[in-house]
Write a protein of this length. Structure first.
Length: 282
């Protein structure tokens, strides 16, 4: 029986390395970042670091924007010539319309597509893609692969601690009075991506307490679940991310760690200096 040719599709919120993308022939559609109404293709026209550098030093409006549906139409028009079907994993449909555009474009091109709204982004999204590829290589039937990835969605964790509320205020997520009070009392909100949406899980005072809160959440999961790897995510603050990685390594020496730049679709709201932890329970 002839082995099906599968195209893997995702977007730039997946934080995959260029090496992994090339090795597995993954098709990545870029989101756009918008600086003062000027559009840039993420990771192509501008890197995440460059975006955060400009956010830190320039005044103005910083936003993200989903890909054009035409980007997907062109991709699926090409893929249907060489592949039997595609598996697409995209960032949360509540945070970006990328998933909806992908599904719509596949229908327009009559390209068979198994599409998954991962309800997350960043490290958890990269985990799901890598696990999906592993399961296919192990010979698992495609419906079972899709079911397994859908199950994993419930066990993804992504916690973010903004360094300040400036960007959340600009994007309308917090009021001016909330921003002022948080600044006066050094209050740090802890955000979590749950069911595809950003939610405030807690509010703590001081950086030290915020990092302790993150590590404690990991500890809670480890009491009943397995976590092989933890990602430290940061919005252009490598020194603090190294400090958090050291804390995780000291607390859980058997767990692998990785430092990743925070995807801009999150950073446009949480701002430069955001720090967080992410993992997937197995």
């Amino acid at each position: 029986m002839k082995k099906a040719k599968i195209a893997w599709i995702t977007d730039t919120t997946s934080s995959l390395s260029n090496e992994f993308i090339k090795q597995h022939h993954i098709h990545v559609i870029p989101l756009h970042v918008v600086i003062n109404d000027e559009f840039y293709k993420e990771t192509i026209d501008i890197s995440e670091k460059e975006f955060y550098d400009r956010m830190k030093t320039e005044d103005g409006k910083f936003q993200s924007s989903q890909p054009s549906i035409n980007d997907f139409v062109e991709l699926y028009h090409q893929l249907k010539e060489d592949y039997d079907f595609g598996i697409a994993l995209h960032a949360s449909s509540l945070l970006t319309g990328t998933y909806q555009s992908s599904v719509m474009a596949a229908g327009m091109e009559d390209f068979k597509l198994f599409a998954i709204d991962t309800k997350t982004g960043s490290y958890p999204l990269s985990f799901l893609i890598k696990r999906g590829i592993e399961l296919v290589e192990q010979g698992l039937d495609i419906p079972d692969v899709i079911a397994a990835l859908n199950d994993y969605r419930e066990d993804t964790r992504l916690y973010l601690v903004p360094s300040n509320l400036d960007q959340l205020h600009k994007s309308g997520r917090v009021s001016g009075s909330q921003k002022l009070l948080a600044s006066l009392f050094n209050i740090k909100p802890i955000l979590s991506i749950e069911e595809g949406a950003a939610k405030i899980k807690d509010k703590v005072r001081t950086e030290k307490k915020a990092q302790a809160w993150l590590v404690n959440k990991l500890k809670e999961d480890l009491e009943s679940k397995m976590v092989r790897k933890v990602a430290i995510v940061h919005a252009n603050d490598l020194d603090r991310s190294i400090g958090l990685e050291k804390l995780v390594n000291e607390s859980f020496p058997d767990i692998e760690t990785e430092i990743l730049m925070l995807i801009t679709v999150a950073g446009v709201h949480t701002g430069v200096g955001t720090l967080g932890l992410s993992w997937v329970c197995e």
